[in-house]
Design a protein around this ligand. Structure first.
Ligand code: ATP
Ligand code: MG
Length: 574
């Protein structure tokens, strides 16, 4: 490609709205432009990256025998009613009506559509297993679209769905996809890990997320350095300390805590550690209110709590509801005398003595409250987030915490969708059975952004060669000189012939401008043809990621570029 014939509007300044590197460099590099909140257009350079990621995804999916399909973005409400998700999915599902008042949505995921596609036609055990995938647009009306492609509303996903006759079949399909995903992210040049994950609105029992290590990630990964246990913080368990250091139960006492609402204020005033205060938080669920009790120095893990309670919706109750239920403003709820809600305790409270709790009365708390004697709970379980200092539940060593970007997610769905939608096949004995399904997603656009988060410096992107928009940037420093131009043209033609994805900077720009753009868009190899070198028959070869500049004879340049390219590919291919 010749830059004068290309469309790559680069920006010199950092756009104000770009908080993270990938967003900044994609805008500055002329790769994407925002159309509306969370909705982006891809320019030629950006789309080349997307196509390369897609290519890797497609090869690895095909290698596992998955078959590519192309499903509609617009989906009828009736399908979503069959699984109950029309009402449950919440506001991320963008709904609208057609001219005939029929209800539709824009597909945020395609379980319903795919199950509908195969029911009635995929009928025999002989046709199983089957895995269908597509690479297509998804729409989710995210509450907080941000960070460019990282959390968009419209984005490209590869979604695959497997159909098996039984659980063992599903386990094999799942493992296949797990292996394919590992291979895909390796080939994209990413450092990543697979973690145990929550299943959320998609459902099912077992799931893993593929996380790219990056500071800008919105997810927290919890890892045991000893046994290798790894989980999303939404799911991570830890070993609770079982014994309290207090063994005598003190007398229950109500004390005045004027205008003190926060854990720090109350415990500071009383003179106990924050872990000794039991927070009572009232939540709303689709089946009524619940009160969650957790130690003052911890946070509720809503995903874990929802799972324990068997509810799909769990959010903090409104101030008015809290007042009505507890009889006091927010900040003073407690388990003693609290009526009409289920009380759920975190397991770290078991065995604790002499705790501080709200008194369900404005400006009052109880001290020396003791479970069993002064209050009891209806249910106990793991409902809090792990935090630094917590110990691995498997081997007891302190857990480590880091940030990651979720680029892929695999789920064992079991028969959830097939049963709800009547998708059955006939087994060997002619008995009708529901499919065992799995579903598997990769955020294609997010993967491109994640690669930038992991591979950049202050000047711009440093693409892994496998997903770089171009492999080689041919940089003649002065297009006005005929000798330079001639050599550049010759190298350009030959590189194309040798199958190198090359971008020729044939602009009549200052060399400095060209070097800046080359660094910004992150092409892995750069060949510079300059005035001094050309007199000696030399050009310069440089890798974007390092500082070393190597002088090579112009006549050897092609061979050098080809072998440098191969070496870079070797690093990511396995
Ligand atoms: P998240 O927890 O980040 O919201 P999710 O759990 O909702 O993601 P899945 O339903 O598992 O996501 O979707 C599969 C993949 O699609 C994710 O692993 C991610 O790479 C990508 N993805 C999901 N939501 C977005 C989004 N808003 N923008 C870009 N990519 C997304
Ligand atoms: Mg997910």
């Amino acid at each position: 490609m010749r830059l004068t014939r290309y469309y790559m509007p680069t920006l010199r300044e950092k756009p104000a709205e770009a908080e993270i590197f990938s967003h900044q460099f994609m805008l500055r590099g002329g790769m994407i432009r925002k159309l509306a909140s969370g909705i982006y257009s891809f320019l030629p350079l950006g789309y080349r990256v997307i196509r390369k990621v897609e290519g890797i995804v497609r090869e690895e999916m095909n290698a596992k025998g998955a078959l590519e399909v192309f499903l509609p973005v617009v989906q009828p409400a009736e399908l979503w009613r069959e699984t109950g998700r029309w009402d449950r999915f919440g506001k991320e599902l963008l709904r609208f009506k057609d001219r005939g008042e029929r209800e539709f949505c824009l597909g945020p995921t395609h379980e319903e559509v795919i199950t509908d596609l195969v029911r009635n036609e995929l009928r025999s055990y002989r046709q199983l297993p089957l895995n269908l995938y597509q690479i297509h647009i998804k729409f989710r009306d995210e509450i907080r679209p941000r960070f460019g492609l990282m959390r968009a509303r419209e984005f490209i996903m590869k979604d695959a769905y497997s159909f098996d006759a039984d659980e063992e079949g599903l386990n094999r399909s799942y493992q296949d996809m797990y292996d394919a995903y590992s291979q895909i992210f390796r080939r994209c040049g990413l450092r990543f890990t697979a973690v145990e994950a929550e299943t959320g609105a998609i459902g099912g029992d077992v799931s893993h997320e593929f996380m790219v290590w990056a500071e800008a990630g919105e997810d927290v990964i919890v890892r045991c350095p000893q046994c290798g246990y790894t989980a999303n913080i939404e799911k991570a368990t830890f070993r609770p300390l079982l014994k309290d250091d207090q063994d005598q139960e003190g007398p229950l006492e109500k004390i005045h805590t004027p205008r003190m609402r926060t854990v720090e204020e109350v415990t500071g005033f009383i003179g106990v550690s924050p872990s000794r205060l039991v927070k009572t938080l009232i939540y709303q669920t689709e089946v009524g209110f619940v009160a969650l009790m957790i130690p003052g120095d911890r946070e509720v893990n809503e995903a874990k709590a929802a799972r324990l309670l068997g509810v799909s919706e769990l959010r903090l109750a409104a101030f008015d509801d809290v007042e009505e239920i507890s009889g006091a403003p927010v900040g003073f709820a407690g388990p003693i005398g609290l009526k009409g809600v289920r009380l759920v305790a975190d397991r770290t409270l078991e065995g604790m003595k002499n705790v501080v709790v709200g008194a369900n009365e404005e400006d009052y708390h109880y001290v020396n409250a003791n479970p069993g004697r002064d209050f009891s709970w209806d249910m106990v379980g793991d409902i809090v987030k792990a935090k630094p200092g917590d110990l691995c539940s498997l081997c007891g060593v302190p857990l480590e915490f880091s940030r990651g970007i979720e680029v892929g997610h695999v789920f064992k769905l079991g028969t959830k969708y097939s049963e709800a939608m009547g998708a059955f096949f006939l087994d060997r004995d002619g008995v009708e059975r529901p499919f065992f399904m799995g579903c598997y997603g990769i955020g294609v656009t997010r993967t491109a952004a994640a690669a930038i988060e992991q591979h950049h410096d202050e000047r711009g992107i440093i693409w892994p060669i496998s997903i770089a928009p171009f492999e080689c940037y041919l940089l003649p420093t002065n297009w006005g000189r005929s000798d330079i131009k001639e050599v550049a043209e010759a190298l350009y033609r030959e590189l194309l012939e040798r199958g190198v994805d090359v971008l020729l900077d044939d602009r009549e720009e200052r060399a400095g401008v060209k070097f800046n753009d080359a660094d910004l868009i992150g092409v892995p190899l750069r060949v510079t043809i300059g005035e001094r070198g050309i007199r000696k028959g030399m050009c310069e070869l440089k890798l974007r990621r390092g500082k070393d500049v190597r002088e090579v004879p112009i006549r050897d340049a092609i061979g050098e570029v080809v072998s440098a390219k191969e070496a870079l590919f070797k690093e990511v291919e396995c």
